[in-house]
Design a protein around this ligand. Structure first.
Ligand code: 9MR
Length: 566
C-alpha cells in the first residue's frame, strides 16, 4: 500500500518553507496513527508524526485526518506516507519554495500577449505566431462620436487576452493591473530581482513592470482622446472557436464608454504614472502621458457618473449584436474610491480625496472585478507616511477595519477541514473562486504588514497551500506546477496547440458551486460546493483561466516569498 501513490493525500504539491507551517489532509476513512515523511524512493524515514482527527469536509461530510509536520525543517524532496493509504505526490522543503510559481504566474501574462509572436526563446514549446494585431478596430455604433463615427477605424494593439477567450475588457484589466502594480509597489526589491525571460528582460526595468506595460499601452488606446471617456471593451461580436490566435480573425470592435471602465482606467493610469516616473530614461514621457490620461478619465467620470454597460440594452439598439463577456458593473462608488485614492496619492492634491466619500459605510468587500474599494485602501496604507491631513484622518479607521476583516477571515481556519482560510462558507465557491482564495491572501498580507503578527502571514500561506493542492479537489490550480495540476483549462491556445501540457503559469478558476448549471459541462464528478470542479476544457465556469485570477495569485506568491523568514 505504501508503495502506491494516493490522490487522497492533499497537500501543497509544490512545497513548504523550513520555518513555516506544513500540513496535509487525508480524505477518507483512515485510522488514527502514525504518518511518515520519507525520501521519494521511500527508503528513508525522516520524520514520524501522529495523524489527528479533524472535522469531516464542511461541504461533502467526507471524513478526514490532518498530518502536521511543521516541526520537520530539513530542506529536500520528500513524500508523505500514510499507512493503509499510500504515499503523496513529491514535494520540496526549501527556503524559496514558491519563487518559481511567483515568477511563472507573471510569465503567464506574457503568454497572454496579443499582437506579437511568442518566439521559442521566451515561450519554449508554447511558441506561437502573433494573433489579433488590433490595428484596425471598428467603432461599434454604440461608441460612435462626432470624430469617430460608427464604422470608423482606430488602432488599439497589444494587451493581454482576458482569459480563455480572445477579447480585452477594460474593467477586468483594471483590477488585474492594479493588483500587479501593487505587488510591485509593496515588494519592489523582490521584483527587481525576479527575471522572467521576456523580450524586455535586462532593460533595467523590473520584468513585472515591463509585462504590465504591454497591457497599459493597449489601455491607453481605449480612451477617446476627444472627451476622455474609455470604451468598455475591444471584442469580436461573439466568442471565437477553440482555435489559435493567428486563426481568429473575426472583425474587432470597441463598444460604448462606461463609468466603471473609465474610473478603473483612471486608477490604473494614476498608479502607473507614479511607478513609471522612476523609469523616465527607459520610457520617456510615459509617466506624464499616463497622468494626463488619468485626469481626463476622471473628469469624464465626474461628468458621466452613472453610465452602465448594459449589454442587453445595447443589443436592442445597435448592431452587430455583441455576446462576449459583459463585466457589467452598476455600482460605481467603489470605482470612485479607488480612482480617487490613486489620483490623490500620485498628485498629492486633496481635491481628489475630498470629492469622494471614501468611507461610505463600514463594509470591507473582498476585491473582485466589480468591487475595487480595497485597492484604494491598500494604496492609502502603502503611502501612509506621505499623506496630507485630508486622508491622514481616515487612516486609523481604515487600518482597524482591514485588520478586523483579516480576523474575520481567519476565524475558524485552524479547525477548518483543509486548515485554510478559504472555504469558510459556500459563498467562497463562486465563478473564479481561486481569486477569492488569492484575494483573501492579500487582505491577510496587508494585516501582517500593519501588525507584524505572524499569524496573518501563516494564514495567507494556508490559501497558497489551498491553491497548490491542499483542497477538496486535489488539484493544483496553477498550470505546470504540481504532479496533479490542471491539464485541460478552458483556454483557447492550450486547447488548440496540440501540446499536451497547457500553457504554464495560468490559474484555473477553481470550484464553483453553480458551475454545472452555468456551463453544462457533463464531466463533474461531484456537486459539493468545494468539489464542483472538472479539469475539462468544456468547463468555462470552473476551469477557465483569467487575468484577474492570475494577478492576485502573483501578489500572494510574491508577497509570501518576499516576507518569508529564511
Ligand atoms: O469572472 C467573470 C464572472 O465573475 C462572471 O460570473 C462570469 C459570467 O458573466 O464571467 C466571468 O468573466 C468571463 C468574461 O465574461 C469573459 N472572459 C472570460 C471570463 C472568465 O470566465
Amino acid at each position: 500500500m505504501e508503495q502506491q501513490l494516493s490522490d487522497s493525500i492533499r497537500l501543497n504539491q509544490v512545497g513548504y518553507y523550513p520555518n513555516a507551517p506544513k500540513m496535509a489532509v487525508v480524505v477518507g476513512e483512515v485510522e488514527d496513527g502514525e504518518f511518515y515523511v520519507k525520501t521519494p524512493d521511500l527508503q528513508k524515514t525522516v520524520y514520524t508524526g501522529q495523524l489527528t482527527a479533524t472535522k469531516a469536509g464542511e461541504f461533502s461530510n467526507r471524513p478526514t485526518r490532518v498530518a502536521d509536520f511543521s516541526d520537520f525543517k530539513e530542506p529536500g524532496s520528500y513524500v508523505l506516507v500514510i499507512p493503509g493509504v499510500g504515499h503523496s505526490y513529491e514535494f520540496e522543503i526549501d527556503r524559496d519554495v514558491h519563487k518559481d510559481v511567483a515568477a511563472a504566474s507573471i510569465k503567464g501574462f506574457y503568454y497572454q500577449r496579443m499582437s506579437t509572436d511568442l518566439p521559442e526563446q521566451y515561450a519554449g514549446k508554447w511558441a506561437r505566431a502573433a494573433g489579433h494585431p488590433d490595428n484596425e478596430v471598428l467603432i461599434h455604433p454604440s461608441a460612435a462620436s462626432t470624430q469617430r463615427p460608427a464604422g470608423s477605424v482606430i488602432s488599439a494593439p497589444r494587451g493581454w487576452y482576458d482569459a480563455g477567450d480572445y477579447n480585452k475588457y477594460i474593467v477586468n484589466s483594471g483590477i488585474s493591473m492594479g493588483t500587479l502594480l501593487s505587488a510591485y509597489e509593496d515588494f519592489p526589491d523582490f521584483y527587481k530581482n525576479l527575471e522572467l525571460n521576456i523580450p524586455e528582460s535586462g532593460n533595467n526595468v523590473p520584468d513585472i513592470l515591463d509585462e504590465a506595460l504591454w497591457n497599459l499601452r493597449w489601455m491607453m488606446a481605449m480612451q477617446d482622446p476627444e472627451d476622455g471617456g474609455v470604451y468598455n471593451k475591444l471584442t469580436t461580436p461573439s466568442f471565437e472557436g477553440m482555435i489559435m490566435p493567428e486563426e481568429a480573425a473575426k472583425p474587432r470592435y470597441v463598444v460604448q464608454k462606461g463609468t466603471a471602465a473609465t474610473l478603473d482606467f483612471a486608477a490604473v493610469m494614476a498608479q502607473a504614472s507614479r511607478i513609471f516616473s522612476s523609469y523616465e530614461n527607459e520610457y520617456p514621457g510615459l509617466a506624464d502621458s499616463a497622468l494626463v490620461a488619468a485626469v481626463k478619465a476622471w473628469s469624464w467620470a465626474q461628468r458621466n457618473p452613472n453610465v452602465d454597460y448594459d449589454q442587453n440594452a445595447m443589443n436592442k439598439q445597435f448592431e452587430p449584436e455583441v455576446t462576449t463577456g459583459a463585466y457589467g458593473d452598476k455600482d460605481y462608488s467603489d470605482e470612485f474610491i479607488w480612482a480617487a485614492a490613486e489620483l490623490y496619492v500620485t498628485t498629492k492634491q486633496d481635491t481628489y480625496y475630498n470629492e469622494v466619500n471614501m468611507l461610505p459605510d463600514n463594509k470591507m468587500p473582498l476585491p473582485s472585478w466589480p468591487q475595487v474599494r480595497l485597492l484604494g485602501y491598500y494604496t492609502l496604507n502603502r503611502f501612509s507616511n506621505e499623506l496630507t491631513p485630508a486622508a491622514q484622518k481616515d487612516l486609523p479607521e481604515i487600518k482597524n477595519r482591514l485588520v478586523s476583516f483579516a480576523d474575520e477571515l481567519i476565524d475558524g481556519a485552524d479547525t477548518r477541514t483543509y486548515r485554510t482560510v478559504m472555504g469558510k462558507t459556500e459563498a467562497d465557491y463562486i465563478w473564479g473562486s481561486s481569486s477569492v482564495a488569492a484575494n483573501q491572501g492579500i487582505v491577510l498580507i496587508q494585516a501582517y504588514q500593519l501588525t507584524d503578527d505572524k499569524k496573518y502571514l501563516n494564514a495567507a500561506l494556508s490559501n497558497l497551500d489551498y491553491l497548490l493542492g491542499r483542497n477538496a479537489t486535489g488539484y493544483s490550480f496553477l498550470t505546470g506546477f504540481g504532479e496533479k495540476s490542471v491539464m485541460k483549462p478552458h483556454h483557447r491556445p492550450s486547447v488548440a496547440d496540440d501540446i499536451e501540457e497547457p500553457v504554464p503559469g495560468l490559474l484555473s478558476g477553481g470550484p464553483n458551486a453553480r458551475a454545472d448549471k452555468q456551463d453544462q459541462c457533463t464531466t463533474y464528478q461531484s456537486t459539493f460546493a468545494d468539489e464542483m470542479f472538472t479539469d475539462d476544457d468544456c468547463s468555462y465556469a470552473s476551469n477557465e483561466i483569467a487575468i484577474n485570477w492570475n494577478a492576485p495569485f502573483v501578489y500572494l506568491a510574491g508577497a509570501i516569498e518576499a516576507l518569508q523568514d529564511r
